[in-house]
Write a protein of this length. Structure first.
Length: 91
């Protein structure tokens, strides 16, 4: 009988871990892409990481045909996705 209790406790603890991971994955950070600020074309990430790069980070929104829309270059202007958000990005 002790063995049965151990299994159910393991299932509960495992389920809590999955729940915690799911909530963490929903996170408070909006999607971020490296984008050309003029053409709004998606660029490789190194174009934003290097100070001599031509890209700027674009937050939120969606992408279609390698261009972004519906987001902002201002991170604080974008509502972050959270639990229950319908935030998605296309490609």
């Amino acid at each position: 009988m002790d063995r049965r209790k151990l299994r159910s406790g393991t299932v509960v603890l495992g389920g809590m871990g999955v729940l915690a991971a799911t909530l963490t994955a929903c996170g408070s950070e909006p999607d971020r892409r490296c984008v050309d600020p003029v053409t709004q074309e998606i660029l490789p990430n190194y174009e934003c990481k290097d100070s001599s790069g031509s890209g700027t980070y674009y937050y939120g929104g969606s992408s279609h045909n390698n261009r972004v829309s519906g987001g902002s270059f201002n991170k604080s202007a974008v509502e972050s996705g959270g639990f229950g958000s319908s935030h998605s990005s296309g490609g």
